[in-house]
Design a binder for this molecule. Structure first.
Ligand SMILES: [Fe+2]
Ligand SMILES: [Fe+2]
Length: 277
């Protein structure tokens, strides 16, 4: 296991915020909600880390990495996105909207329900990091504004790095636990099907309702937002990369893996974007 790095690989000063071209993106409410929502979810990482560190407290390497690298990087993602959002939409009351999000989400946060075994929880973390890696890859390519692409590329590389750590931890636990491929698959499926989670919906809802006092944002509005985005999701979501990352913990025999990949990639395209090409 590589030693835990105690410093961040980039910081906000590496992002050329002064070169943002707001005219390219400021007019799009969809981008605003997407990025504000992402900044909230990232900023809430302290809550997730606390629970996860508690769960893995027996494992000094995992616990140290979570506290000294993972949490710091996730929190930095939140700060960097917050800064971007406020540069482009300076009138947005970020702190107020975030407080609203914490209030709405904290009671629903099921992040203390970890497990059912250390290996399977690591497999779940791989799913989460696959989701964030793919999300920021998509943002990087779909962004109409160059500084946002740069920021998304930085965040994306952290997320891939997190995935690799969780995968390594998963493999170490798996040597001891020897969970069956079927159980790993079931756990992955459970997490993938939860991907449409409460947190992103609530994050967008709180951003919307803070910006539009007196107006309510419902699940129908969220579906409309997703429908409007589906064109560029279809175009820019890295489906094959996501499926490859998801399949790694299952460790299928190479031939089966090669056979499954195109099929699952097509399936993922249908599930995520609701259509083919
Ligand atoms: Fe992140
Ligand atoms: Fe991450």
């Amino acid at each position: 296991m590589a030693p835990v790095a105690h410093h961040l690989r980039w910081s906000l000063v590496d992002i050329p915020y002064d070169h943002i071209e707001p005219g390219r993106i400021a007019g799009s409410q969809d981008w605003f909600y997407l990025l504000a929502g992402a900044s909230f979810v990232e900023t809430l990482s302290d809550l997730y880390t606390r629970n996860l560190r508690e769960y893995y407290r027996q494992n000094a390497t995992v616990s140290a990495w979570l506290g000294e690298e993972w949490e710091l990087e996730e929190l930095q993602h939140g700060r960097a996105l917050r800064e971007y959002v406020l540069r482009v939409w300076p009138e947005f009351r970020w702190d107020e909207a975030y407080a609203r999000f914490v209030e709405a989400y904290a009671p629903l946060c099921r992040c203390d329900l970890l497990g059912p075994t250390p290996a399977l929880e690591m497999a779940s973390r791989c799913v989460v990091e696959t989701g964030t890696s793919s999300f920021y890859t998509m943002i990087q390519h779909a962004s109409p504004e160059p500084v946002l692409s740069q920021l998304a590329a930085r965040i994306r590389s952290d997320e891939v790095h997190h995935y690799k750590y969780f995968l390594r931890f998963f493999r170490e636990y798996q040597k001891k636990e020897r969970v069956s491929r079927w159980k790993v698959l079931r756990e992955l499926w459970r997490r993938v099907s939860e991907a449409d989670q409460e947190d992103s919906y609530l994050a967008v809802k709180c951003a919307y309702e803070t910006s539009n006092p007196g107006q309510e944002f419902g699940s129908g509005d969220f579906s409309h937002l997703r429908k409007r985005m589906s064109g560029w999701v279809r175009k820019h979501y890295p489906f094959e990369m996501a499926v490859k990352m998801l399949l790694k913990p299952v460790a299928l025999p190479p031939l089966l893996n090669r056979l499954m990949l195109p099929l699952l990639t097509r399936g993922a395209r249908l599930v995520v974007a609701g259509g083919q090409d």
